[in-house]
Design a protein around this ligand. Structure first.
Ligand SMILES: *[C@@H]1O[C@H](CO)[C@@H](O)[C@H](O)[C@H]1NC(C)=O
Ligand SMILES: *[C@@H]1O[C@H](CO)[C@@H](O)[C@H](O)[C@H]1NC(C)=O
Ligand SMILES: *[C@@H]1O[C@H](CO)[C@@H](O)[C@H](O)[C@H]1NC(C)=O
Ligand SMILES: *[C@@H]1O[C@H](CO)[C@@H](O)[C@H](O)[C@H]1NC(C)=O
Ligand SMILES: *[C@@H]1O[C@H](CO)[C@@H](O)[C@H](O)[C@H]1NC(C)=O
Length: 943
């Protein structure tokens, strides 16, 4: 009996406990209604034990954790959140978090930015609420909080970081609904950025926030600056008659500052430029014995008197708030001064200062909603598409999403072009693209779109629609053919499209020659008629190749006179035969056309004649051998022959052929032609008479007599070679809007022509950057030891930044004249990168500079290059610059160097010494070809 009672008792107590707990829990979550707290990069959701605020991880915005970084704090006792998400932005210049809001409600939004530190790379970005920019972050080594208040004008708000330079980052993001607070009264179309929110009189380091402040404003103490005398702190005053509805937490009002004569506040770090500010002052009389009229003071802002003989106790209450709007430029001086005749000096409990930014108009709501819908329709079939992932925030402002072009119409911003070509998109065409009413061109070519083409509303202003090279089916919608403004329609390479045109459709103007799926050349594009380009079925590969051959011949004939290569000796039947035997697969015919303009096919006999039966071997590598040759017209060539035993070569051969044949740049080795007869795979390049950069740099290669004749490269020449190579790589990385990654950047792949112009060579390993849908991780890591990006090596995640790393190693080679790996040196010098980094960090430049150029360089120029090299070899790829940034740095360095040389020359021209910067380099003997050449490219060669 007794036992049961006890049991009952225990169970009811635990029940009660449970209910109580539920209640407390409910209250807490209730109190946090309207809160959203995002912990960027967190592994899981969690509750902060100090504030009870629930934080959510940000994987629903950014599932990828590769940009996550733990911050090691300088202050050892820092216990706060310590992760930062770093955005390595290439596509669009911004990344945003889109947060749900209720239209018409007021919100506070607060981002926290923990600097990820320890890098010489410049980082600067701006922060925007919606598309209104409220703050700039420039290399801030401090923890930074940026807060704004705004009124929601739709069902969500974007909080964005917008790249200026480097990689933007963010650690935390908080959204708080402001209940019963009137910050936006009269300012509904603005974002007010918090400049300062100060709880006066509190202990240094004290912070008051949720739950004391139901809206989770953060009130911080302030150390007083600029006051004439030390004001008294009134702390922990017993407050009577406190009205809980005043909107400021009691804890904040309980402390105050007072002074017998004056209080002065002047926040520093204000933005320069004319801005509107709002100053809000909070007063609560803390001394019960004070009578109305005995504490009177005047209030000045920037020397302008705003209030005279202000009395907190003025009309029966002991609490007052004052709010002022002022325009200021860089300085705000807030002064409270005892009025004459007042017995007590001024008191102040708290103040806030906001900077007002007028709300910037976003993209026209119709277009924004439609493109968001298009994005979600595309995402159904294309999860993890990198381009779609980058589509965050406003579609047009401040920078448009990749693939979008925007323009103004009637004071609003609209989307005028949509280019989704070659983005590896699958699924059906998102039906909502037809609803973009201001669209002029729509390009969805070279994707895997399937299904039928949607109907277009007649209000559409489309002039050009490109649907080539997809897998679309069904009829051409009448609505599309009859669009009033349509001038061009490309439907080639969609074998399942039913080509039937309504009788009213004027198909007599079809240009039949363009009716292959290849051509983008329009002879008659200026006349306004509709061309259906590519209506020949092209499912059959043979047919496409035949079409290709036709075009090859056609364009050859037309372009021969200006062609890079004069094929006089190689025309006729042999060419047709060889092209017919194409052994590589080319995804789109267009490439054949481009290719045919500039490259030549050779017969085996041609090659044998040119190389005198492979007489002069000038290099060997994994691919095979490289021979010297001369074409019938006298051009010197390097002939790269895949060896029969090479198993790894086929793919590289096709790769290089496909890539090189379409890419042209002054700083890339051009492909002259190829031969693929009898299973031979042979590539023909112009001969680079000055060999490779590697040959020109290293001591140990030049032994014996030949080395004595070789002059070492001087510094300005090294610089211009580096610059040339950087430009070549930049071209690759930005090629045709798709990034081509070289994957084997090294000094032996930087060749020098007779005028010492750098040409990047060997595209055998090159790849298009993994951008579309694919995981980005490739199975095999390629590259050369000493140059290999450690991040790529460990994660298998390939990006253009891997080339940047390798290029950094090349820069150190240029500076030091040393090879990247040499185990014959003392242990600490095996790795060039480690050794150079060590000395560079200690500013010991002289230690690492090649002894043969000591005294021959300008220190500033050298430093620029060292810094560029250091930034390239940052272990974490997001910190590394892009090649374009390096080009700029090297350009600057070269200008500095040249100016310095110019100056030297002017001094010395008065004397007898004449500096000759031209390099005269006698060529080496071919048998000396570098033993460490692994990529079979031509080293220097006697003429
Ligand atoms: C974190 O919380 C959010 C919102 O409540 C939820 O959608 C998400 O699934 C949670 N994540 C985890 C890992 O529990
Ligand atoms: C980051 O914070 C977590 C949890 O507070 C802690 O365990 C970890 O050591 C911190 N890491 C660094 C690098 O400070
Ligand atoms: C860290 O904490 C210790 C003991 O808690 C304290 O003595 C020290 O001053 C703190 N250091 C900093 C930088 O706050
Ligand atoms: C309160 O005000 C009275 C005068 O009204 C003054 O004498 C007294 O010192 C004040 N008390 C404090 C704590 O400042
Ligand atoms: C701030 O304003 C007060 C009152 O106008 C003036 O006396 C004071 O010199 C000003 N201080 C600064 C730093 O400008």
């Amino acid at each position: 009996m007794m036992e049961r009672l006890v049991n009952n008792w225990v169970s009811s107590v635990s029940k009660l406990c449970f209910i109580l707990c539920l209640f407390i829990l409910a209250q807490q979550t209730c109190a946090q209604e309207g809160f959203l707290s995002i912990a960027c990069c967190a592994d899981h959701n969690y509750t902060d034990l100090n504030t009870n605020i629930s934080w959510v991880e940000d994987s629903s915005w950014y599932p990828d954790k590769t940009g996550c970084q733990k911050i090691t704090r300088a202050a050892a006792n820092y216990t706060g959140y310590n992760e930062t998400r770093i955005f390595d932005i290439d596509f669009s210049g911004k990344r945003c978090y889109s947060l749900d809001t209720i239209k018409g409600q007021d919100y506070l939004i607060r981002g926290t930015f923990l600097y990820y530190g320890d890098t010489i790379l410049k980082t600067s970005f701006s922060i925007s609420v919606g598309v209104t920019e409220i703050s700039q972050v420039k290399n801030s080594p401090k923890e930074l909080e940026v807060e704004g208040v705004f009124r929601a004008n739709k069902s969500y708000i974007d909080f964005c970081v917008v790249k200026t330079e480097g990689a933007p980052y963010i650690s935390q993001l908080e959204l708080r609904q402001l209940k019963g607070l009137e910050y936006l009264q009269g300012f509904s179309s603005s974002v007010q950025k918090l400049v300062k929110r100060v709880d006066l009189g509190s202990k240094e380091g004290d912070i008051i926030r949720f739950p004391a402040d139901p809206s989770d404003r953060i009130w911080k103490s302030d150390n007083i600056s600029g006051s004439t005398s030390k004001p008294n702190h009134v702390a922990d005053a017993k407050v009577v008659n406190y009205n809980a509805n005043v909107g400021v937490p009691l804890q904040v009002l309980q402390t105050a500052l007072t002074d017998p004569s004056r209080l002065e506040f002047s926040p520093d770090d204000l933005d320069t430029g004319d801005f509107q500010y709002r100053v809000i002052l909070y007063f609560l009389e803390l001394n019960e014995t004070v009578q109305p009229g005995s504490r009177l003071f005047d209030i000045y802002i920037n020397n302008e008197k705003k209030e005279t003989s202000f009395d907190i106790l003025g009309n029966g209450s002991n609490y007052k708030e004052l709010s002022f709007n002022v325009n200021a430029n860089g300085v705000l001086n807030l002064t409270l001064e005892r009025s004459s005749g007042s017995s007590l000096g001024p008191i102040c409990n708290a103040y806030e200062i906001f900077q007002v930014f007028p709300w910037k108009q976003e993209t026209s709501p119709n277009d924004a909603d439609v493109i968001l819908e298009v994005k979600s329709q595309l995402l159904v079939w294309n999860q993890q598409n990198k381009v779609l992932e980058s589509w965050t925030g406003d579609p047009c402002l401040p920078t448009p999403w990749k693939g979008l072009t925007c323009g103004p119409i009637n004071d609003s911003t609209v989307i005028t072009n949509l280019d989704l070509s070659s983005m590896n998109l699958n699924g059906s065409i998102p039906p909502n693209v037809t609803l973009l009413t201001n669209l002029n061109t729509l390009n969805m070519s070279y994707n895997g779109f399937t299904g039928e083409i949607p109907d277009f509303p007649s209000s559409s202003m489309l002039r050009s629609v490109d649907l080539r090279s997809n897998d679309l089916s069904g009829p051409l919608p009448r609505s599309l053919l009859m669009l009033p403004d349509l001038e061009r329609l490309y439907i080639g390479c969609n074998q399942k499209i039913v080509r039937e045109y309504p009788s009213s459709f004027n198909s007599s103007k079809l240009d039949t020659r363009s009716e292959t799926c290849s051509s983008t050349v329009q002879g008659s594009s200026r006349s306004k008629h509709i061309m259906i380009i590519g209506s020949v079925a092209c499912g059959s590969f043979i047919l496409t190749v035949a079409a290709g051959v036709f075009l090859v011949c056609f364009y050859k004939k037309k372009l021969m006179p200006q062609g890079i290569f004069n094929g006089k000796g190689f025309k006729g039947h042999s060419r047709t035969k060889k092209t017919g035997g194409v052994i590589f697969s080319i995804p789109i015919i267009e490439e054949i056309v481009v290719k045919s303009i500039s490259i030549q096919t050779f017969s085996l006999a041609n090659i044998e004649t040119a190389t005198q039966n492979y007489k002069t071997l000038i290099g060997e590598g994994g691919f095979g051998s490289v021979y010297r040759g001369t074409l019938p017209e006298g051009q010197d060539v390097a002939v790269k022959v895949r060896s029969a035993t090479s198993t790894q070569g086929t793919r590289e051969f096709e790769n290089e052929l496909n890539l090189l044949s379409t890419i042209r740049h002054e700083n890339l080795v051009p492909l002259l032609g190829y031969c693929c007869e009898n299973d031979q795979q042979i590539l023909v390049y112009p001969f680079m008479s000055n060999g490779s950069l590697q040959d020109r740099l290293y001591d140990y290669l030049f032994t014996g007599e030949a080395s004595a004749r070789k002059k070492k490269l001087d510094w300005p020449t090294r610089l211009s070679i580096a610059l040339g190579a950087a430009r070549g790589l930049t071209h690759l990385h930005t090629y045709a809007g798709r990034c081509v990654i070289h994957r084997d950047v090294k000094s032996s792949n930087i060749l020098l022509d007779q005028s010492m112009t750098a040409k990047v060579a060997d595209f055998g390993f090159s790849k298009y950057a993994p951008q579309e849908g694919d995981s980005g991780a490739s199975l095999e890591v390629r590259g050369t030891a000493g140059y290999l990006d450690p991040e790529y090596y460990t994660t298998h995640h390939l990006s253009d930044k891997s080339d940047v790393f390798s290029f950094g190693v090349v820069l150190f080679e240029i500076i030091s004249g040393r090879e990247p790996l040499n185990i014959r040196r003392p242990r600490e010098q095996w790795s060039l990168v480690e050794w150079a980094k060590q000395h560079a960090r200690e500013s010991n430049i002289d230690e690492i500079v090649d002894p043969s150029i000591r005294g021959g360089y300008h220190a500033e120029a050298m430093w620029r290059v060292v810094e560029a090299a250091l930034s390239c070899i940052e272990p974490f790829s997001a910190y590394r610059p892009c090649m374009a940034d390096i080009v700029r740095e090297l350009e600057d360095a070269l200008i500095i160097e040249n100016n310095a040389s110019e100056y030297m020359r002017s001094i010395e021209s008065s004397g007898s010494i004449v500096l000759d910067k031209r390099i005269v380099i006698p060529s080496s003997n071919p048998t000396e070809a570098s033993p460490i050449l692994t990529q079979a490219l031509p080293p220097p060669e006697p003429r």
